[in-house]
Each structure stands twice: as C-alpha cells, then as structure tokens.
Design a protein around this ligand. Structure first.
Ligand SMILES: C[S@@+](CC[C@H](N)C(=O)[O-])C[C@H]1O[C@@H](n2cnc3c(N)ncnc32)[C@H](O)[C@@H]1O
Length: 476
C-alpha cells in the first residue's frame, strides 16, 4: 500500500493543474525561457525552496536542498510551458504563463507545504525510473544516469536519483560482464506496484494521457490525410451528423474540438447550418492554423477560433445557442466537459455529440494477433467510450438526453505504418503503453509495423466496421 502522503501529494499536484516530466516528453522538446524571465524564476525558486520542509511527510526520502531547487524549477518550467503551449502554441514560456505557474505552485505550498510539492513532483520522476528498471529487468548504470532510454527530455544527470533510490532501498547495483547494472529490489518492485495503483486512484494516469494526447494533436499536421485514409467513410458520417442535428440557421454556434476544420468546412457545418456566428475551440495550435486557412479560403464570415479545452471553456455562461463536438469528447474528461457545455449554452440550447464506441469484433480477431506484443491489448477510455458514458455524464450535468443512437463507419487498417502510428499516437492501448519507458515504446512501434506487414502478406483482412455513438442533448 502506498503512503497516504504520496496520495495527498499527487492529488494536490493535480488539483493545482501542475505538470511535470511526462508532459515534456509528449511535447517532444524542452521548454525555453526568455533570459529576462530567468531571474524571476531563480528568485521564486529560492523563495519557495526556503519554505519549511516537513520531513515526516517525506518519510525517508533523502532529498537535498539542491534537489529541492531543481524540483521546483522543473515544475515551474513544465507547468508554465504547458500553459504557454495552450495559449500560444509554443513551448516558450511567456511572463503570463510563468506567473500562472508560480501562482499555482504557491497555492499548493500554502495548502500542503513544500514537502507535498516535492513528493508530487518526485513521484512523477520516480515512476518513470521504476518503470524503466522494471521493464528492462536490469539497466546499465550509464543508461539509467543519462536517461537515454527512459527520460531523454531531462538534460541533467540522474545520478542523484539513482543514489537516492539506492539509499532508500529501491535499487541495487549489480556487477555485470561489462559494467554495473541497476536492478529493482523487492522494495522497489513493491513500490512500482503501489505507484501504478496510486496513478489509478488519483486519476494521475488519465491526466498524463490527456496531456500527451493534446500534445500529439499538435504533431498532426497531416490529420486530414490520415483520417481520410484510415476512416474512408468519415466525411460522409460528418455530413450525416450535420444534417441530423436539427440546428436552425442563424444560431450562435460553438464547435468543440474543431481541429483542422474537417467538420466545420470540409463536411459543410458552416455552409449547411449557416450560423450567425461560429466559435471553434481547440487546444491544438497546428490544427487550428489549418482550420483558419480553410476559413480564409472560403471568406467565411462570423467565424472565430479560440484556443482552449472542453474542460474549461473560455466563455461566459449562456454564450451560445447550440454546440457540436464530433470525435472529440473521447479525449476529454467528461466529468468536467459536460458541465462546461451546460454552462455556456442558453436554456433550450442543444448539443450534438459523436464519439467512437469500443470495437469488440476487431478486438478479438486481427488486432489480438497483430498487437499481441502488447500482452493486454485493452483499449483505453481515451479513444473508445462506453455506451453509457456520455448520457450519464450529461444527465449528471443537468442535460436532458433527447436521443442516443449507434452508427457504423469503416476502418481501413491496411497500411501498417499509419495504423500503428495512429494506435500509438492516440494511445489506443494506453494501459499497456503507459507502463513502458520511452525507448521501449519506440521499439515496440517498429515491431508492430513489422507484424502488421507480415499479417497483410499472409492475406489478413484489415478492413472493419466501427461503431460511433451519436448523442443529442438539450439544456432544459
Ligand atoms: C479526431 S480530432 C476531430 C477533429 C474534428 N472535430 C473532425 O471532425 O475531424 C479530435 C480533436 O479534439 C481536439 N482535442 C483534444 N483534446 C481536447 C480537449 N480536451 N478539449 C477540446 N478539444 C480537444 C484535438 O486537438 C483534435 O482537434
């Protein structure tokens, strides 16, 4: 059983919207800092690092003052860069995003103390380390310390983390043929199991996935091409969705997760529904850029693009008549996103939602064979939603559920590179993938592409039917 202090700390980390290590991996880059902001950052790190440290909360973690400073700096940088990314599309910290991160870190420290900030941060780093040693069985000492296989985004040496982990009995160093190897002790293995449980109960795992997913969409400049190849009927489904949603012309519309504008412009939402105004919200700067080009080419009037997420819509209450979200809600935290939709709609307003449901037949056949190296090929709730999910969250938010129906669309998995890329990029097998270190995920990708090609060469049929759920809601 993990320490209750660890749970409290991770919960506080999430409560104040702080992010750490894995976000940087997802963003595939290091946050950069304007030299002018460096002195602000340094002063704040010193100020927070001088707060009293409750050693009881830390249990036996032998943390040093230097490590505390590094930790605070990393949390501020990664949380600030995440905020900056949402606002500007770039990882470069702005003064506003850094101050927002500082504000949240101070709030956490005020509520829980410095030790809990360190424990929250420490856990995110610790988990990556434990996961890597567990996965490889034994890791060359140089690999652990350089982070080459499991934390390539961290620029400093992980020597201290190894020493600290050994001091508290999580790792041991054993001599090998050509050097020393890091292994998990029994205590370390137990801690890894506890950490996984902690991830689950606190919701940390979900947040980690959501952040990575958000970052993945920023790497998808070819989303249109990809979806047209993998989902050849999807454009027709979008058109049918628009025709069915029964929204009168002249409405003030909100489109959540508008992405590159495939529903908005390619499938004709804008032309068919003829809204008086259309607000497109999406967290991905890359996709929003593509949608803006489409709007410009069509000389679309009354359309605005806003960077944001469904979980905290940047609009006052009752701003819109109706809302639509096509193939988006599966990536969101529905517990937050549905109340947000409710808040921004006027009474009587409707929401049209389309989400992919699980793929049972597929699951049992080719995918089982193809994705066998994943051992537990179970789909995650970030890609496929259970049939009760949206209706239940909608009712809880206060909506009336007008109708729920299931449609089918075809999936074409006959290009293994694309399929594997989509599966991994969209974390389809999140349960298994999230327990793999960084490099192991890349190696697995190559292995899976090879397996897909082999299955194709043996004549496997890679075209399937996929269920999509349509839910129509109304705010009473
Ligand atoms: C599969 S695409 C669908 C895009 C578009 N609706 C379409 O019909 O093609 C999913 C979109 O959801 C966006 N997204 C991901 N997480 C989100 C969140 N938390 N809130 C709102 N949109 C999100 C992505 O950036 C991406 O543009």
């Amino acid at each position: 059983m993990y320490a209750p202090e660890a749970e409290k700390s991770v919960r506080l980390f999430l409560k104040y919207g702080l992010v750490s290590d894995p976000w940087q991996a997802a963003a595939r880059g290091h946050p950069t800092l304007d030299p002018d902001l460096e002195s602000t950052l340094r002063a704040v790190v010193n100020e927070i690092a001088s707060e009293p440290l409750d050693r009881l909360v830390l249990d036996s973690w032998p943390i040093t003052q230097a490590q505390i400073e590094t930790g605070i700096r990393e949390v501020l940088l990664s949380s600030g860069s995440f905020d900056a990314y949402l606002a500007t599309g770039s990882l470069t910290l702005t003064a506003a995003s850094l101050h927002e991160a500082i504000r949240r870190v101070r709030l956490l420290v005020r509520e829980g103390g410095l030790a809990r900030l360190m424990l929250g941060y420490g856990y995110t780093a610790l988990v990556e380390n434990l996961m890597a040693v567990r996965h490889y069985g034994s890791m060359r000492e140089e690999d652990f310390v350089s982070g080459r296989l499991h934390r390539p985004w961290v620029s400093r040496s992980l020597e201290y983390e190894l020493a600290a982990g050994m001091a508290v009995g999580h790792y041991e160093l054993v001599p090998g043929v050509d050097g020393r190897f890091v292994k998990l002790t029994r205590r370390g293995a137990a801690l890894w199991r506890d950490a996984q449980e902690l991830w689950r109960v606190t919701g940390y795992a979900d947040t980690r996935h959501r952040l990575s997913m958000m970052a993945e969409f920023a790497n998808l400049a070819d989303l249109d091409e990809l979806t047209n190849l993998i989902l050849p009927d999807f454009m027709d489904m979008r058109r049918a969705f628009i025709n069915d949603c029964d929204i009168p012309a002249g409405a003030k519309l909100l489109e959540v997760g508008s992405g590159s504008g495939m529903l908005t412009f390619d499938a004709g939402l804008y032309d068919t529904l003829r809204p008086s105004s259309l607000t497109c919200v999406d967290p991905s700067p890359v996709l929003t850029g593509l949608a803006m080009k489409k709007a410009k080419r069509r000389h679309a009037q009354g359309v605005r693009f806003v960077r944001g997420v469904a979980e905290s819509l940047p609009f006052p209450p009752e701003s819109f008549d109706h809302a639509l979200a096509f193939a988006v809600m599966q990536y969101t935290d529905r517990e937050q996103a549905l109340p947000e939709l409710y808040r921004v709609l006027r009474p009587g307003g409707s929401v049209a939602i389309s989400v992919p449901l699980d793929l049972p037949a597929l699951h049992q056949t080719v995918m089982q064979r193809w994705f066998k190296p994943l051992q537990r090929p179970s789909y995650g709730s970030f890609v496929f939603v259970s049939p009760d999910d949206i209706p239940e969250h909608a009712l809880a938010a206060g909506f009336r559920v007008l109708s729920v129906s299931t449609k089918t669309t075809s999936l074409d998995y006959s290009r293994p590179e694309l399929t594997v890329r989509i599966m991994m990029q969209f974390h389809v097998f999140q349960d298994t993938l999230s327990a793999l270190p960084y490099q192991a995920r890349l190696d697995l990708r190559d292995d899976l592409i090879g397996r897909g090609r082999y299955l194709l060469s043996r004549g496997a049929d890679m075209r399937f039917e996929a269920p999509m759920q349509w839910v129509w809601l109304q705010k009473p």
